[in-house]
Design a protein around this ligand. Sequence first.
Ligand SMILES: *Cc1c(COP(=O)(O)O)cnc(C)c1O
Length: 445
Amino acid sequence: MDKQKKIDLLKKDRQYVWHPFTQMKDYEERDHLLIEKAEGVFLFDADGNKYYDSVSSWWTNIHGHNHPRIQKAIEQQIQKMDHVMFSGMTHEPGIELAEKLVEITPDSLTRVFYSDNGSTAVEVGLKMSFQYWQHRGRKNKHHFIYLNNSYHGDTLGAVSIGGVELFHSVFKPLLFPSFLAKSPADVGIQQSIEDVTAILEEHEDSIAGIVIEPLIQAAGGMHIYDPQYLKEIREVCDRYNVHLIVDEVATGFGRTGKMFACEHAGISPDIMCLSKGLTAGIMPLSTTLCKEEIYQAFYDDYDTFKTFFHGHSFTGNPLACAVAVESLRIFEEDQVMAHVETSAAYLQNIKEELISVPHVTNIRGIGMIAAWDLVQDVENGTPFDPEQRIGYHVYLESLKHGLVLRPLGDTLYLWLPLCTTTEQIADIMERTKAVIEKVTKSFMK
Ligand SMILES: *Cc1c(COP(=O)(O)O)cnc(C)c1O
């Protein structure tokens, strides 16, 4: 891109655009990274610099950018039909995708409800669960249990079951009351289960469901917990007759080394939310799947008013559905999960090299995800002064090293596209180590 065009665009960006999760004042003195092109696991900026998309464009990208088969799927679909409403009408991509999703998700899930982002997929799950109990005559069951550190999206329903103080506390006056339980990532499986059970013992009649992120509480700080927890929470939900709502928005589609995180424990949720990787990270689309019994509770003559009165203008967008169908074909035909097995094993092995890097602690990971914390003193765990914003400085430095290390506070992570090769992972790890060494050295002077 020519220099003047770049300058003009960035000027207009400052003038007109409000970016998500961004303190815009940070960009008074520096420019947003202006991306012009993406290909495979790489992003290219307006000056032609190349970056590894080492966070999969906010945890969405699966097969790499500009995949020729995905491009072709969009082309073919756009020639037939762009968008139509999904109420009173249906279409092939929407039908085909629903069939495939029912096939590949855990057995109990039989029905597919579309929306267009992860937060709405969760909202739909909450409303489905609530209304199910209304239809069953359990009018008091309208509360949800959620875990500390949990993140389920930014709409108000999702924030009402969010456990990240930094993002959520300011909105408290707007939220509906929910029950906060201890997280297995903080207190271990047993204590968390005991806490959930205690809440259920006391409030069983008023609880509709429990919402969890399976295996990894991602936005809350990349906290990973044992799959055994999923088995136990499943059992608790059965015992107390409440729904298990599993938010696989981040974990779905191979990121944890299995197609869905639930598979690590062999459990079936009552409701499952999917988005991010659903369209291989290319189009906005999400789904909320539920078990047959929930669907049947809404299925009746119109004048019983059991309709699920929920929907979005872009529900089941045909382009997005066509892309998702093509992505699932790529999974099958290119044996993506076999490739992931190799790459994930490699990443989980090589991430341990970070132990030799000063200030790195708590190295953890699963599948194509690796995370670690930066602290001032590893031995006694003294954190860096938050005002130093070391994570932010790592991000700035990472761009100079050709990758994107987007931190959550002082927690850093790699969240790699499934197509990343072992050679690329090795290269990413070398660059990562160099970035951390450079930044921490400058901070300790
Ligand atoms: C990202 C995320 C969401 C929200 O998805 P959006 O598409 O950003 O609304 C919900 N749940 C989890 C676990 C997520 O990681």
